[in-house]
Design a binder for this molecule. Structure first.
Ligand code: DAT
Ligand code: MG
Length: 149
């Protein structure tokens, strides 16, 4: 079995644009296992904690304001190499630099409205999952097909 986990979040623009199903489908069709999901409007404090590594960047305040401006779909996906491969599915931060077939290339244009977040390392995944989920909000279900476990 492979228990690697990534924190994936659909940002307020993705939810506003009704892209929740489309984005989840890309991770599911790839074979990743959805083990945690919730929808909420984050407080600015929670958004700032989520992006605390970027708090010296000039765009930080705008990012926090935007991220807490609407509904975020917070998820945990599990699977082999899900952190790295999840970033491949998502595409580059700037949609204009992302590859065709990625979520950001296919569905958005602006860096500041790039619809999805994904953990960038196993360390940040663990940190972000703990920030967004209690352990009992994560479902430890087992795939019947061992290839996807
Ligand atoms: P990523 O979301 O690809 O991990 P990041 O962690 O560097 O990228 O930045 C987090 C978010 O901040 C990003 O998804 C969009 C926003 N952002 C990053 N760089 C930006 C910039 N130069 N101008 C405006 N927003 C930016
Ligand atoms: Mg990042």
């Amino acid at each position: 079995t492979n228990q690697e986990r990534s924190f994936i979040a659909i940002k307020p623009d993705g939810t506003q644009r009704r892209l929740v199903g489309e984005i989840i489908a890309r991770f599911e069709k790839k074979g990743f296992k959805l083990v945690g999901i919730k929808i909420l409007v984050p407080t600015p404090e929670h958004a700032a904690k989520h992006y605390e590594d970027l708090n010296k960047k000039p765009f930080f305040n705008g990012l926090v304001k935007f991220f807490s401006s609407g509904a975020v779909v917070a998820m945990v996906f599990e699977g082999k190499d899900v952190v790295r491969t999840g970033r491949v599915l998502i595409g580059a931060t700037d949609p204009s630099q992302s590859a065709p077939g990625t979520i950001r290339f296919d569905l958005c244009i602006e860096t500041g409205r790039n619809i999805i977040h994904g953990s960038d390392s196993n360390e940040s995944a663990a940190h972000e999952i703990a920030l967004w989920f209690k352990e009992d909000e994560i479902a430890n279900w087992v795939s019947t097909n061992p290839v996807y476990e």
